[in-house]
Design a binder for this molecule. Structure first.
Ligand code: ATP
Ligand code: MG
Length: 340
């Protein structure tokens, strides 16, 4: 099996986010930081996945439409540069929907039901017997997104690994039908924090769960979130030895603090007794305030010029249409459907 942290010299990168809310700290450490670095030496496309956002919000489309520009502003605020990275909108690229239709003939319902991420999301969302067809089949649409850009590398969080696996299955099936390598297999790229938990430590931080520290959280909200973080419930007195495992404050210090030697020293002191949760939380709060302040300020400036954000999406989507139409053409030919 390949190492999910290997990067080759020149990669074709496709990644994206559902337009279901503003981006949060999980996105930042799970994928955004990597994208900012990768954009310099690789060919990167980022997709604002509005159609995928609709798969569990069909009856509440405003949630998706109202968040498209929020996501673009978040990208720019963390340092994604539209001159280096193509930023595009899923619904503005018809080839993605067409490819989804072709690929859906190659994937069984049972295979979709076995996808562990889809399975756990279905149970978390309490769809009961009313699972939207689009939701069950979103791994196929994600395969269309990835293959349409001939992506070789996909920077994602851990929950997306089953999608990459399903994408590569589709690639192999289609190449077999075409008797040619018309589609390219891809590899995931995980960051050092592939799954950031929420403050209570129970779930993944997720837009849909409303358990997020957003990239534009106010100073007050950051402070409140850190103060409420789950630590070691048995660490009652400062002098008691404390547990690091499952202690969300230390999970976050590992994820965000730039000085790992200092954090290792803190861990020793905490485990030996003599370090209180108030102190560790104060260190974490200072660190998060420092990271998020400039992002929040930049984001506000980008959000004040919405026409600039729309232009970025328009230009990126036009470029992406041309690229994905090429792949669609080859897929149609594989099915013998290219009479004219
Ligand atoms: P939703 O709840 O609507 O599904 P989300 O918060 O899960 O939203 P997505 O748009 O589904 O965010 O995910 C975009 C990318 O960010 C994916 O690659 C995903 O793996 C990554 N990601 C999301 N949340 C986290 C997290 N808590 N830790 C690490 N990576 C994450
Ligand atoms: Mg998600």
């Amino acid at each position: 099996m390949h190492n999910p942290r290997t990067i080759l010299k020149k990669e074709k990168i496709l990644t994206g986010d559902r337009a279901t809310g503003q981006l949060h700290l999980g996105h930042f450490v799970g994928s955004l930081q990597q994208r900012v670095k990768l954009q310099h030496d690789h060919e990167q496309t980022i997709l604002v996945a509005d159609l995928q956002g609709l798969t569990d919000n069909g009856y509440n489309p405003h949630k998706v439409s109202s968040n498209i520009l929020n996501v673009v502003a978040d990208y720019l605020a963390v340092g994604i540069d539209p001159k280096k990275t193509t930023i595009c909108l899923q619904s503005a690229i018809p080839a993605l929907s067409e490819l989804t239709m072709y690929y859906s003939n190659l994937v069984s319902v049972a295979r979709l039901q076995r996808n562990p991420t889809v399975k756990s999301e279905i149970s978390a969302k309490s769809f009961g017997r009313s699972i939207p067809t689009g939701f069950l089949t979103y791994p196929i649409s994600q395969a269309a997104d990835i293959t349409a850009f001939r992506a070789t590398l996909v920077p994602v969080g851990e929950d997306q690994l089953p999608m990459i696996e399903q994408t590569n299955e589709i690639v192999r099936k289609l190449n077999h039908i075409a008797q040619d390598d018309i589609l390219v297999e891809c590899r995931p790229l995980l960051s050092k924090v592939p799954r950031l938990p929420s403050s209570d430590g129970k779930n993944k931080m997720s837009k849909s769960m409303g358990n997020c520290i957003l990239l534009n959280s106010s100073e007050k909200d950051i402070s409140k979130a850190v103060k409420s973080m789950y630590t070691d419930p048995n660490h009652l007195n400062v002098e008691d030895p404390g547990q690091i495992n499952g202690n969300v404050v230390f999970t976050y210090l590992d994820a965000f603090h730039p000085d790992s030697a200092y954090i290792n020293d803190l861990k020793d002191r905490y485990q030996n007794g003599g370090l209180g949760d108030g102190t560790t939380k104060k260190i974490l709060e200072e660190c998060l305030q420092e990271i998020l302040k400039p992002i929040r300020e930049r984001r506000e400036i980008f959000m004040s010029d919405k026409s600039q954000l729309i232009d970025i999406l328009r230009v990126g989507s036009q470029k992406s249409q041309e690229e994905s139409n090429q792949v669609l053409h080859n897929v149609k030919r594989a099915f013998g459907l290219n009479l004219f």
